[in-house]
Design a protein around this ligand. Structure first.
Ligand SMILES: C[S@@+](CC[C@H](N)C(=O)[O-])C[C@H]1O[C@@H](n2cnc3c(N)ncnc32)[C@H](O)[C@@H]1O
Length: 282
């Protein structure tokens, strides 16, 4: 039986929205019953679930069901070199500055990496910079995601022509992708510097074990969170950034940033946030 739209009454919807926020940070705004039903319908069929309460009960008792539910409700829109400016800033300013400071290894974290275009774009930027200015510095990238299916896609690094057309130039495609059955795969040289890991930005207890980073990309995910959850996530990210480290957010995510451990540097266009050693008084 399908989940009927009328079955999601206000109480069911609110209970489910509260549960989803508690496990993923994702905030469902009011009036999204239709969207919720569309996204969950295949899962309800697959697992023989008949109500929102049933969904919550099953997700609470079975981690696999929880993972499938989160998978169904995340928005995974991404592209290569999304918005361009963060990547050109990385190539022209951030990487050269870190190398000039004598870093033998640069640690970068792509938090919420979706199907992988973001961490691969970062790795390609580094390769491109090294083509022009050879150096001995190495780049380590940690790419994390809450969605199991996205993480699997990201690890494979295989993309259709259609996905490639979204932002990857012919030049970079020729240099960093190789044919693989019906698709294209990122070459081992680029893949090998990236470690993929499941990680929930809101709950990941093992934050300290991820390490300390010079650069964090946390782009186009905070928009799905409430202000309270955003603040919590940004506080966690601050604790994972080295002093002076760089935080890149999505182009529409800077407005609400008012945290003691970040100063804003204006780029044109966009912004980058720098981790301060001591809290900034505002
Ligand atoms: C719109 S995509 C953005 C991908 C990429 N950062 C970009 O800018 O193109 C947002 C991603 O955040 C992930 N996400 C949502 N909630 C998350 C959470 N609590 N922890 C980690 N990732 C999360 C989603 O699964 C989705 O793949």
């Amino acid at each position: 039986m399908d989940l009927a739209l009328k079955a999601i009454d206000h109480k069911n919807y609110t209970d489910f929205a509260n549960y989803l926020e508690s496990v993923s940070g994702i905030a469902l705004s009011l009036g999204k019953e239709y969207l919720l039903e569309m996204r969950l319908r295949p899962l309800f069929r697959q697992l023989n679930i008949h109500s929102m309460q049933d969904m919550i009960t099953r997700a609470k008792s079975d981690r696999r069901v929880l993972a499938l539910m989160i998978d169904a409700l995340t928005t995974n829109e991404t592209s290569w070199f999304r918005d361009r400016y963060p990547f050109s800033h990385l190539q022209k300013i951030i990487f050269p500055a870190l190398i000039k400071q004598g870093a033998s290894r640069i640690n970068c974290w792509s938090a919420a990496c979706s199907s992988g275009q973001e961490p691969y774009s970062i790795a390609m930027v580094f390769e491109e910079m090294r083509r022009n200015f050879p150096c001995t510095t190495s780049l380590n990238i940690l790419a994390t995601e809450i969605s199991d299916s996205m993480l699997e896609e990201a690890k494979k690094g295989c993309y259709s022509e259609r996905a490639i057309a979204r932002g990857l130039s012919e030049d970079l495609k020729n240099r960093y992708l190789q044919p693989c059955s019906n698709s294209w795969q990122v070459v081992p040289k680029v893949r090998q510097g990236i470690r993929f890991q499941k990680f929930n930005l809101v709950h990941g207890q093992e934050l300290a074990s991820l390490g300390q980073f010079d650069v964090i990309f946390c782009r186009n995910v905070l928009i799905y969170f409430t202000t309270q959850v955003k603040t919590r996530v940004l506080t966690r990210l601050a604790s994972s950034l080295k002093t002076g480290g760089y935080l890149m957010l999505g182009s529409s995510e800077y407005v609400s940033l008012d945290l003691p451990y970040f100063i804003t540097e204006k780029l044109s266009p966009g912004f980058v946030f720098r981790r301060t050693a001591v809290p900034v008084k505002r």
